[in-house]
Design a protein around this ligand. Structure first.
Ligand SMILES: CC(C)(COP(=O)(O)OP(=O)(O)OC[C@H]1O[C@@H](n2cnc3c(N)ncnc32)[C@H](O)[C@@H]1OP(=O)(O)O)[C@@H](O)C(=O)NCCC(=O)NCCS
Length: 167
């Protein structure tokens, strides 16, 4: 597997990020087709705290991950929501998604964040250290899909909240 270099988005990436996100989520049964629009709304609201893409062939964007402010139950300062994250279907399973997520977690932690929360599949996100232990909840989502990763000792509990662009 080749090493994937990750960089922040530039204005030239914005349309391609929306397109690739819509393309990647289209086959997913759980998708409501709004993921690309969610990223645009986060950006418009000033809530796109981190927006990362892989450095690949110029002019060809194949992946993206967004991080935005969130609260983790009783802990409402310094947490980020991870997502949407997407890799073009014909480039999946090549480590790009993992590289994007690890880079985002590293940058969040380095900036002093307390942790990250997300809604997702434990089969995928456990490898990054996320737990789904029922301590945090989100609306009627099954708690096995409500995941958190603390960068320090604090273990959050309660209902998590995302930026309005993701709600
Ligand atoms: C999820 C996604 C970003 C992963 O990107 P990627 O570049 O393929 O990921 P990596 O190559 O780093 O990792 C591949 C591994 O993730 C697993 N994986 C990918 N999507 C998964 C999912 N939804 N559930 C469980 N495992 C998943 C693959 O089976 C593979 O597992 P393996 O390492 O045991 O073989 C990509 O599959 C994608 O864009 N999916 C459509 C959009 C989506 O579902 N986003 C996440 C919403 S929670």
């Amino acid at each position: 597997m080749t090493q994937v270099r990750i960089r922040p988005e530039t204005p030239a990436d914005i349309d391609a990020i929306r397109d690739l996100t819509d393309t990647a989520f289209a086959p997913m049964a759980f998708s409501d087709g709004t993921e690309g629009a969610c990223i645009a709304r986060l950006r418009a609201d000033g809530d796109l705290a981190l927006s990362l893409v892989p450095e690949t062939t110029p002019g060809q964007l194949v992946g993206h991950v967004a991080f935005s402010p969130a609260s983790a139950g009783d802990d409402d300062e310094g947490w980020f929501g991870l997502g949407p994250v997407a890799v073009l279907p014909d480039r999946q399973r090549g480590g790009i998604g993992s590289a994007l997520i690890r880079a985002g977690l590293d940058r969040s932690q380095a900036s002093g964040a307390r942790g990250c929360v997300l809604i997702g599949s434990p089969a995928y996100y456990r490898r990054f250290g996320f737990a789904a232990d029922g301590r945090v909840s989100y609306r009627a989502i099954p708690t096995r899909n409500v995941m958190w990763l603390a960068f320090g000792d604090h273990r959050p509990a309660g209902e998590m909240k995302f930026s309005p662009g993701l709600e």
